[in-house]
Design a protein around this ligand. Structure first.
Ligand code: GLU
Length: 506
């Protein structure tokens, strides 16, 4: 590592959602900067005007902040944009133009007047003849004067970089020495005839002017790197270090895509995955701490341990189960109030809660969440797990095959009638102790015990024969009944009576 303070950047194109691949790139850049006291820049690569949209940029910034990644320079950085701005490429077109003029004047680049049709034809002929199909270099030797006067006369032209005969080599921290033959690069276009500079050109100009020391990005850009290295050399700029991160694959070892499930950060957020679970997971997707099998890392821990030397060149496989495992881990650690704030929208969407937080309802919800959060992988699974607290449907419960088997035994109805009679006499709300005593009395009076005793009662109260302990369940249902919820909750007595009524009609 050089003594220079590292400067790294994340350079997304605002053409869509932030996906796990790019999020990992952003995270590794951020961790590297934080680990070595460097700067993390955010640069918006919006030169593709047709596909770039302001709403995607806004969403990108929002997703990065949600992940806990802050940037030292870039649009909306903490202390103004920063000294190397502007940080949107669409606002830097004048800078690229000046640099193109410089390359042309120095003879490092040249105007290419070949038409698209001509180039296509040559390319097809070369492919047919099994010859290398890079650019022939036809316009390379047009004199500077002729080139300038043709341009002045309005003839359209692209600008190409002159590539020398030598192979282009660079060092990659993840992959080691990388070398490309010069003819794989063949005088690449820097500026199209439309006047629009291309990605490889602007990215290099920006990285150089922004004093980027380490380019950390996805390995889909590996084949672009020799062109970029040639551009640094043409300008006489120092070439940064590169680190190309391996591809992320789905469990079936094909490139991770929507087919495999959620891949955008926004979707994980909507599903109720905690940002600390996602960053922990993404960090491990291609990196591991020194000498350990440790799997859980907070952001400060990651920022203290991260090094590019421990990033693996082999493809990483996205394992949804592991992400869920981490999410359960962090849900357990999360402050209950925070979990409540994050969980509330899922209950509001079911019309079980209203938007406004009310102290009494919040206290009850904390009790409910303590019971159900340990049973979910992500918060959006809560409504399904807790549905029976908010609504029961005796007809549907009886239609369930397993439940029907329980009620095929005549003792089930006997038990229910006995518990109904006893709880009718109990003061509301029924406490856990009172309910337990009532169950014991039923056991003595009917002689039914074990699951023959418990399953019918549980089915009547919850619709299923397994679930939370009565000790927790009964007080929760009873307290819920007393609250002013958008959809009132039935208490234990109402549930048992409703179920018995359904049993009589069935
Ligand atoms: N805008 C490019 C991308 O999103 C940036 C690539 C780079 O980091 O150089 O893939």
């Amino acid at each position: 590592m050089s003594l220079q303070k590292p400067r790294v950047r994340f350079a997304p194109s605002p053409t869509g959602q932030l996906h796990v691949g790019n999020a990992r790139t952003a995270l590794y850049n951020w961790l590297f900067a934080r680990r070595f006291g460097g700067d993390f820049l955010l640069r918006i690569e919006d030169t593709d005007i047709e596909r770039s949209e302001a709403r995607y940029e806004a969403q990108l910034l929002d997703d990065l902040r949600w992940l806990g990644l802050d940037w030292d320079e870039g649009p909306e950085a903490r202390s103004g944009d920063g000294p190397y701005g502007p940080y949107r490429q669409s606002e830097r077109l004048g800078i690229y133009r000046e640099h193109t003029d410089r390359l042309l004047a120095e003879g490092r680049a040249y105007r290419c007047f070949c038409s698209a049709e001509q180039l296509d034809r040559e390319r097809e002929e070369a492919i047919a003849a099994h010859l290398p199909h890079g650019y022939s270099g036809r316009c390379r030797n047009i004199s500077l004067d002729e080139s300038a006067s043709r341009a002045a006369a309005g003839e359209p032209f692209a600008v190409r970089l002159k590539i020398g005969p030598d192979p282009i080599a660079f060092h990659d921290i993840v992959r080691g020495a990388v070398e490309f033959a010069a003819d794989t690069v063949s005088d690449p276009i820097l500026v199209r005839s439309s006047g629009m500079p291309v990605y490889n050109y602007v990215v290099t100009v920006d990285d150089a002017l922004m004093k980027i020391t380490h380019v950390i990005r996805g390995d889909d850009h590996l084949s672009n790197t020799p062109k970029q290295v040639a551009i640094y050399q043409a300008f006489g700029w120092p070439v940064p270090e590169f680190a190309h991160l391996s591809t992320i694959l789905g469990p079936d070892k094909t490139r991770l895509s929507k087919r495999h499930g959620a891949t955008s950060i926004g979707t994980f957020r909507e599903m109720g995955v905690l940002p600390e679970a996602l960053t922990n997971y993404l960090a491990l997707l291609g990196w591991g701490a020194e000498g350990g099998t440790r799997e859980t890392f907070t952001m400060p821990e990651l920022a203290a341990e991260f090094t590019l030397e421990r990033v693996t060149p082999s493809p990483a496989i996205f394992d949804f189960n592991k992400l869920h495992w981490l999410n359960r881990h962090y849900l357990k650690l999360a402050e209950p109030d925070r979990v409540l704030q994050l969980a509330r929208p899922y209950f509001v969407a079911q019309h079980w809660l209203s938007d406004a937080s009310m102290p009494e309802i919040d206290r009850w919800m904390l009790q409910l969440l303590a019971l159900f959060v340990p049973a979910v992988d992500q918060l959006d699974q809560l409504p399904e797990k807790a549905r029976f607290i908010f609504s029961v449907d005796p007809a549907a419960a009886l239609a369930n095959e397993e439940n029907a088997t329980v009620f095929a035994n005549p003792s089930a109805r006997t038990v229910l009638e006995a518990i109904a009679a006893r709880i009718a006499a109990l003061p509301s709300p029924i406490t856990a102790e009172a309910f337990k005593a009532a169950m014991n009395e039923v056991k003595t009076a009917t002689g039914v015990k074990g699951k023959d005793l418990f399953h019918p009662v549980r089915i009547a109260i919850t619709g299923a024969h397994s679930g939370p302990e009565f000790d927790k369940l009964v007080p929760l249902v009873e307290a819920g009944h007393a609250l002013a919820l958008p959809t009132p909750i039935l208490n234990v007595r109402q549930r048992v009576e409703g179920f018995l009524a359904e049993l009589s009609t069935a």
